[in-house]
Design a protein around this ligand. Sequence first.
Ligand SMILES: C[C@@H]1N[C@@H](c2cn(-c3ccccc3)nn2)[C@H](O)[C@@H]1O
Length: 446
Amino acid sequence: EKLQLKHGSHRVGKRTDAVMAKWRGYGLGQFIHWGLYAIPGGEWNGKQYNGAAEWIRSWNGIPKSTYDSLIYKFNPVNFNAEEWAATAKQMGAKYVTITTKHHDGFCLWPSKYTNYTVANSPWKKDIMKPLIDAYDKQGIDVILYFSVMDWNHPGWRYDIKTKEDSIAFEGFKQFTRNQLLELLTLYPTAKGLWFDGTWDKSWVKQAAFADELETEMRKLRPGLIIGSRFRADENGKRHFDSNGVLMGDYEQGWERKIPNKIEDVHGNDWDCVMTVPENQWGYNKAWKGHIKTTNELLEMTAKCVSLGGNFVLNFGPQGDGAIRKEEKQLAAQIGDWMKTNNEAIYNCEYAGLEKQDWGYFTKKTGSDKLYMIVFNVPVSGALKVKLPANTSIGKSYLLAQPAQLLNTEEISGTEYFIHLKNTAAGKPFVVVLEPNAKKGSGNTYD
Ligand SMILES: C[C@@H]1N[C@@H](c2cn(-c3ccccc3)nn2)[C@H](O)[C@@H]1O
């Protein structure tokens, strides 16, 4: 039976308001990881750092104070907010999640609660404001990434063991609250918060404080979208409270991984954040290992939308503020595909149909229109579809050639083949399936 929780989830099931409905329909997003770590770019004194580039400060090879002095090198002469926003627009991203402060504590906005910000760098100017304005102008909604863990702040603790720890951490908690309220006040058009760095015991022990802070933020910014990684319940449970109910408005756990079946998402909203290399979020000069191809990234996008989530692709701009050419190429190629096929991605949801080998189903929200995003064309050229008993295929056609109806064939009461005319597409394509209610089935789709 249900445990009585004071600081567990305050809502069961998806949010039903318009702001969250818009978020649910984004389909594709861009993540931006940018900060001091982009300056070394995974390399120090000519030696490669084997971990994630944005974690280079934790590398034994570099004294922490030496890394921290990178603030005096932050002068991104090629930073161009409009260019970043235009790249996201070209890709077809509907939202962007931007690092305001990563684990190293360097703030991309002139926070008045610490000196470790752009204001005290050669650059001097706010980075967040021009970025948010540029994305707003492109009609791309902004979500703010915020790392609670802050290696630069003297009050940060991994755990609270002594009286001294607890006094220091009280100061840190106020600092965190001040910065979050500051961000929401300075950037009122930001739609939500994507939290990171909340796994240490010190923060997990702050169930009441974090719960009250979440409530305060929602009051300050009605409609604010807050991820599941912000807080733990009074039993230390994170993302899902002690009753297994999601905390926050969407599940944030899908980091560099994608759910395999609808049961994995427990009826919640969620987004998947993904790196282009195996595990590099900040700029890394040497993109080692497997670099995902455009087709892989399109398939990840289709898979996420087919399971009711959004796919957020990470960009790690260089220390000078320019976006690397490989990422620009990916944005252009993804955008090219989205130009023709975005109807199957935007404002679409889980179709509730059995997954088939050829690819992924999505369904237009508020309609019965189905999309089949095909990655694996069967040698037979026949796409198998299994529909609910009271449904048949009204008509079917390639999204790119709506006038050319495809031949459909009933195999049994619920299974059909859709016969492709051309089986040598060479790149993913979309087949539209407009269902029909079967005679006497009682449902009306008109
Ligand atoms: C969104 C991503 N989350 C950050 C991260 C991931 N991790 C991490 C820490 C321990 C185990 C697995 C992953 N720590 N920080 C990465 O640096 C990036 O910001």
